[in-house]
Design a protein around this ligand. Structure first.
Ligand code: 3PG
Length: 211
């Protein structure tokens, strides 16, 4: 069953880990470590050569986790992501062609926005769940507060600059569905196969969010 993007974000709350997988043989271990820490949705960025294989491996072996493909910046990547088994797609921005490719692929889509005009454009394409990228600390918290009035019903996933220190200031905003970020599974910990630390970081984020 295909979920809507708002349902994906709701399931991801509090955190949607953004993964950069350099070694595809580690993909499953990272996903398992995050799942052990309470994560049930994750995003594999298509920034590394074997990222689609990582999506496929997680999808096949860990059905209890929803896996999306991120950093989609070319139209053809939507079908590739879908064929690899991705259950949703994420872009750092949005264009008319990307929105059309997302629609053709049938994947739930989280387009990126940064300005009120970009929010309006995404709305014209029918998107009401948006990635705020980059999330620039307190300035972005203030901006999201200002977005609340004009953009009723739009929910954001701030990403790119979210840390354990500012996590709560984003999550407390009523128009924030969840936050995204690499800090729960950073590339250095993946390289070091530090699975317990990754589980711990995910668990800490979940605990912080429920405090
Ligand atoms: C993204 O791809 O969404 C961001 O680059 C993640 O940014 P972060 O490393 O600050 O979490």
């Amino acid at each position: 069953m295909t979920l809507r993007m708002d349902e994906v974000l709701q399931q991801a709350r509090p955190v949607l880990p953004v993964l950069v997988i350099e070694d595809v043989s580690l993909a499953l271990d990272v996903a398992r470590a995050l799942h052990a820490g309470g994560v049930s949705v994750l995003e594999v960025t298509l920034r590394t050569p074997r990222a689609l294989d990582a999506v496929a491996a997680i999808r096949k072996e860990l059905p209890e986790v929803l896996v999306g493909a991120g950093t989609l910046i070319h139209t053809e990547q939507f079908l590739e992501a879908r064929e690899a088994g991705a259950q949703f797609a994420v872009s750092p921005g949005c264009t008319e062609r990307l929105a059309a490719a997302a629609e053709d692929s049938g994947l739930p889509y989280l387009p990126g926005v940064m300005t009120p005009s970009e929010v309006l454009l995404a709305l014209e394409y029918g998107y009401r769940s948006l990635k705020l990228f980059p999330a620039n600390g307190n300035a972005s918290v203030k901006m999201l507060k200002s977005f609340k009035g004009p953009f009723t019903g739009i929910r954001f996933c701030p990403t790119g600059g979210v840390t354990p220190d500012n996590l709560l200031s984003f999550l407390r905003l009523p128009n924030v569905a969840c936050v995204g970020g690499t800090w729960v599974a950073p590339a250095n910990l993946i390289r070091a196969r530090a699975w317990d630390q990754i589980t711990q970081l995910a668990a800490e984020a979940c605990e912080l969010a429920s405090s």
